[in-house]
Write a protein that binds this ligand. Structure first.
Ligand SMILES: NC(=O)c1ccc[n+]([C@@H]2O[C@H](COP(=O)([O-])OP(=O)(O)OC[C@H]3O[C@@H](n4cnc5c(N)ncnc54)[C@H](OP(=O)(O)O)[C@@H]3O)[C@@H](O)[C@H]2O)c1
Length: 273
């Protein structure tokens, strides 16, 4: 029987626990979790039947697989705190952005095996991508286990850690980007003074869901949807032309901003700032 520990039960940690237990891939009895205040872990335990542990060390001491689900700035202290009690055979799964495998090794010690995963809130709907990068010494059974878990709540994509930042913009960040773009389209409609915000949001949300369902078909790509709707000489084509003229600079700016922020966070975490 594999024992799972979760340190951090905020937005992502609790989502993973809910989805892993809800999908039946992990039995609630096999999970213990802790959080800073204990409030979120106790609430999660009540909802899912897992155990709310009294401390991070209690979680780590009992874990074969330890999920680190705290903010990047907290990872070091959590790993140092649990170093003495975590079994040498334990696998550490960190979902923290900007915390490299090299830092995980430095902070938890070289004896463990590590994997980094960048999940997406889309896993809430058993879809979306979890990026997975393996550390040194990973065993075939670790790989099989982690892929089984994340494929149960979406799709796991294995990649080199060096690709994480860019790919994360297209996976874990993208739900926010897509929603921000839709909000701006709704706001533009509201600025015409002829539609109320709730109706504009409702119309767009339903359209977005329908578009995602059309795209949920291997043979349908973005270009196909655009060609189907923005027919030559039609009204939509004019709108798409505006987007094609202005959005490249916008998205170059988005990727540049997130790259800078990640670099700054990584430098702060490694003490370069
Ligand atoms: N949000 C996303 O879409 C997303 C996507 C991919 C990866 N991530 C990564 O996931 C990680 C968690 O993000 P989040 O959005 O879930 O953050 P969050 O909602 O703020 O949750 C953070 C959790 O960490 C707990 N915590 C903080 N310090 C702790 C400590 N010293 N010991 C034990 N628990 C501690 C907090 O406890 P309390 O509940 O008591 O405050 C909380 O449960 C981050 O590293 C982020 O980079 C997030």
């Amino acid at each position: 029987m594999t024992r799972y520990g979760f340190i951090g039960t905020g937005s992502m940690g609790s989502m993973l626990v809910r989805k892993f237990t809800g999908s039946g891939i992990i039995a609630p009895a096999d999970i213990a979790a802790s959080s800073k205040t204990g409030i979120s872990s106790r609430a999660l335990a009540e909802k899912t039947g897992i155990t709310a542990a009294p401390s991070n060390t209690a979680v780590a001491a009992d874990a074969d697989v330890l999920f680190i689900c705290v903010k990047p700035a907290e990872v070091r202290s959590v790993l140092e705190e649990t170093q003495g009690v975590l079994g040498q055979e334990a696998l550490i799964v960190s979902i923290a952005g900007s915390v490299s495998l090299a830092n995980l090794v430095k902070w938890a010690g070289p004896d463990h095996r590590f994997v980094r995963v960048i999940p997406s809130v889309a896993a809430e709907q058993e879809s979306g991508i979890s990026l997975v990068a393996w550390g040194r010494g990973i065993k075939p059974e670790d790989r099989a286990l982690v892929l089984k878990l994340f494929n149960a709540i979406g799709t796991a994509v294995e990649t080199d850690e060096g690709n994480f930042d860019l790919y994360a913009d297209l996976t874990s960040c993208a739900p926010a980007y897509i929603s921000a773009m839709m909000r701006e389209l709704a706001s533009a409609a509201v600025r015409t003074g002829t539609i109320e915000p709730p109706l504009a949001e409702y119309l767009l949300r339903e359209t977005l869901i329908g578009t995602a369902r059309i795209l949920d078909n291997d043979s349908t790509g973005f270009d196909t949807v655009i060609t189907r709707v923005a027919t030559k000489g039609g009204n939509t084509e004019e709108g798409v032309k505006v987007l094609e003229a202005r959005l490249p600079a916008v998205f170059d700016g988005v990727l540049c901003a997130t790259r800078k922020k990640r670099q700054a966070t990584a430098e702060r975490l490694t003490g370069k700032r």
